[in-house]
Write a protein that binds this ligand. Sequence first.
Ligand SMILES: C[S@@+](CC[C@H](N)C(=O)[O-])C[C@H]1O[C@@H](n2cnc3c(N)ncnc32)[C@H](O)[C@@H]1O
Length: 404
Amino acid sequence: MNYEENARVISDDIFNLINTCFENERKSKDSKYRVNFFDTYKNYFVLTDDGSYSINSREINHKIETLHTSTGAISEAFEKFIKPMKFDYSKDIAILDICAGLGYNSSAAIDDFLKKEDNSNLTIDMVEISSPTLACGLLVPSPIEAHNITCKAIEEELIKTNYACLELEKTAIPKNIDINVYIEDARKTVQNLKDKQYDAIFLDPFSQNMAPELFSLDLFKEFKRIIKDNGIIATYTSAAPVRGAFIEAGFYVGQGPIFGRKQGGTLASPSPEMLEISLPKNDEIRIALSDVGISFKDPGLNNSSKYILDKRTEERHRERHNTRISSAVKTPIFLGDEMDDEKLKRRVERNLAKMNIPSTTSSEAMYIVEIENKYNKKQDKTNNSRNRILDMEKKLKEVKNGKL
Ligand SMILES: C[S@@+](CC[C@H](N)C(=O)[O-])C[C@H]1O[C@@H](n2cnc3c(N)ncnc32)[C@H](O)[C@@H]1O
C-alpha cells in the first residue's frame, strides 16, 4: 500500500460516507447530499466543549485520536496556533497551515486578521493529504464566521480537482486574503516552497507515534529554509523527540500554551527573541542527555511511519550508554541531586557509570548540568533552552570521552 492510501486520516466509515456524498453530487448535480449530510450523519461527529465539532481518526495500531481536543476544537486553534504568534498586522503576513484538516486553524487566523488588519494582506497555504477530510470542513456547521472564507477556498480547490462540482459556499474571499490549498503529502509540498517566506507555520498532525514523518528532523530542516528569521512554528506536542529535532535543525525552542492538555505545546523560531518561556528544566535535561531526545529521521522525506519509528528505536538502542544516558527511570534528571531512594539510586548510578559519571553528585555530573543553575523560566537571547541543551550535550560528550 502506498503512503497516501495508508496515511493517518479520518476514520474509514466517515471517509467513505463523505466520498459517497460527493460522488452523488457529481453524478446528480444536486445540492441535497451536501446540505443534508450533517443532520443525517451527526453521530459520526464529535461535539467538543466549546460547541464546535471534531471527528475521529482512522484506527491505527488499535489507537484512535480525535482531530482536536475535547476541550474545544476551534478554541484550540486560537489558543495554540494564533495567540503565540506575534503577528504585526501593519505588514503582510504569510502562514503555512500543515495538516489543515477541517481548516479550523486557518479560519482562526483569518478571524484574527480581519479583526486587526491594517491595510495589509494575508496569505495562507493550507496543506492536507486527504480530500474527504477537507470536504468534511464544508459539512460541519461553521464554528466561526471566518470559517466560511476557508470553506470557499476549500470548495474552489475541490471543484478544481473534480472532487466537488457545485458552488454552494456563498461567502466571498476578501481581496486582501489569498488562500492556496494543496491536497498532497505535506512533505512533498514543503520541498517546493520558496526560502524564507512564512511568518508562521502551524504544525498540526496526529501525535508523533502515529505520524512521525510530520515531526522529523529532515522536515524541520525544510521548515528552517522556508520560515522567515522572525517566524514562529507552533505545534501542540511537548514530545522530547520533536523538541530535540527542532534544536538539531537549528531552531530556538520555547514552551507553547497549555490548552486541553497537561503540558504546554512547543514553539520554535530561528530567533530567540520570539520565544518567551523556556522549556521545563527536566525536559531540557532529558532532551540534551538521554535517548528520548533522539529525533525521527526521514531521509528523502518519503519513508513510511513504521520505517521511521523502527529506525529511531534502533538508533536509541545504539546510542544508549554510548553517546546518550539511558532514559530508563528518567536517569538524567537526577544529575546534581542527592538521592534518598537507595534502590532507585543504584539503578540510576548503574546507568551513569556507563557514561563515565561515577555518581549523581560527582564532579562530572555537576559539570554537565552546571548551566541549569542559570535556568530562568523567561528566556532571552543568551539564556535560553536551546543554548542550555547544546551546552549539556557538549559536556556529556567531553565526560564520556574522558576529557574532563
Ligand atoms: C490533527 S488533524 C489536523 C486538524 C486540523 N488542523 C484542523 O484544523 O481541523 C491531522 C490531519 O493531518 C492530515 N494528514 C495526515 N498525514 C498527512 C500528510 N502527510 N500531509 C498532510 N496532511 C496529512 C490528516 O488527514 C488530518 O486531517
